[in-house]
Design a protein around this ligand. Structure first.
Ligand SMILES: [Mg+2]
Length: 403
């Protein structure tokens, strides 16, 4: 049994080349020209630059080789955040159920709005026009019966397009596409499938599920088989979505100095806040979880005056909660430390960002670090404190991570 709307009424709205488009919007001289938001790693490339093969995550030197005439501009994160908020205000007004995926991407469920707002295609057309007129940015929209297919459709609609996959047309659209277009198929999975002669989604869909699981593993195989048949049970979830974001780390039985514990705390907070920012979530309550050497457990929490996803204020709370437990930790030993942020809300709808958005913007540091890690992996950049403590940023992928 799977959930699939009878009518194609799930929208995936995605801003095109977001950072680069904002730069072109604000500087007429950049319009129609190859623009790279850098410097150094390519954070975004305009479609004119992409025509030369420039891609996000590419090194600056390689990008320059491919497109020596590209104009490289420094990122202006607070401007991007403002633009994102303006776009989300338009999206939020268009449907009762809007799921914020990231700073430039959302799902909308427009089921049952026909009488008030028109067909899903009409709603999508109006959204694109409003975002263009009121925020000055190109928004591509895919419309389909499932989230997965809506996202594939918005990708196929780019740049600045709208693509509606009507109910019943799903297989005809999906099957000729390369398997890489399916959610979760990266280079490694694609290569494994190619070794079995599977290149298109249609070839994959023709195989029994067991065979696919044999090629790529049980969980991935089950998912790919379902997606190839456009089975995606995930509903669009309104704004709030996840209730908490947390991470924990087992410490073993050896004693740790306060400095070493602080390094662990920094790593955990870094990990948690990064995921909050990636999901456009702010949180108010910080929970510290402790397991002591005698297997007893404790959790301590504090609620902040205002919600945030910034590393610094959350780290400050974690440090003070940890300091209050110092005596117990020294007496019993500490075998596990966890940090969870709860009371989450969307960062784009209700809440004000707690940091000033103009002038010197400390949030830009977090965002830059996130961008670099997104491109190069989590170990590409670390805090000097972690290196000094001899504790690399490696333990990010903890089995104890929530959600
Ligand atoms: Mg985008």
């Amino acid at each position: 049994v799977f959930v699939s709307a009878a009518v194609a009424s799930i929208l995936h709205a995605d801003l095109d080349a977001f950072f680069a488009s904002v730069e072109q919007r604000d500087d007429p001289q950049l319009r129609g020209r190859p623009v790279i938001v850098g410097p150094g790693v390519v954070l975004a490339a305009s479609y004119e630059a992409r025509a030369f093969g420039v891609r996000s995550a590419m090194g600056g030197r390689r990008a320059h080789e491919l497109c020596p005439d590209a104009i490289v501009v420094a990122p202006r994160f607070s401007t991007y955040v403002r633009a994102s908020r303006a776009v989300f205000a338009i999206l939020d007004a268009a449907a009762p159920t809007v799921e914020h995926v990231s700073i430039d991407e959302a799902f909308l469920d427009v089921r049952g709005l026909e009488a008030i707002s028109g067909s899903p295609a009409e709603i999508a057309r109006r959204l694109r026009a409003r975002v263009r007129q009121e925020v000055g940015l190109p928004l591509s929209v895919g419309v389909a019966t499932t989230k997965h297919l809506a996202k594939v459709a918005s990708g196929a609609a780019k740049p600045d397009g709208l693509l509606v996959i009507a109910a019943g047309d799903e297989q005809a659209f999906l099957h000729p596409l390369p398997v890489q277009r399916l959610w979760g198929v990266g280079a490694a999975t694609a290569q494994r499938l190619r070794a079995h002669g599977i290149v298109t989604v249609g070839q994959l869909a023709a195989l029994p599920e067991e065979l696919v699981m044999g090629m790529v593993g049980r969980a991935a195989g089950r998912r790919l088989h379902a997606l190839a048949h456009n089975r995606d049970p995930r509903p669009v979830r309104a704004g709030r979505g996840r209730r908490s974001v947390g991470s924990q780390r087992a410490l073993g039985r050896g004693r740790r100095s306060p400095e070493a514990l602080d390094a662990v705390a920094i790593a955990l907070v870094d990990r948690v806040t990064r995921r909050m920012r990636a999901g456009a979530r702010l949180g108010r309550t910080v929970v510290l979880r402790l397991r002591f050497g005698d297997f007893s457990r404790a959790s301590r929490s504090r609620t902040m005056a205002r919600p945030t996803a910034a590393t610094a204020p959350i780290l400050t709370v974690v440090r003070s909660l940890l300091a209050a437990e110092r005596e117990t930790i020294e007496r019993r030993g500490l075998t596990l430390l966890g940090v969870t942020v709860t009371n989450l809300e969307s960062s784009v709808t209700g809440a004000q960002l707690e940091l000033p958005l103009d002038g010197h913007d400390p949030a830009a540091l977090d965002t830059t670090v996130d961008a670099i890690r997104d491109r190069f992996g989590t170990s590409a950049i670390s805090r000097a404190r972690l290196l000094q403590a001899g504790d690399r940023a490696a333990p990010w992928r903890q089995p104890g991570d929530e959600g």
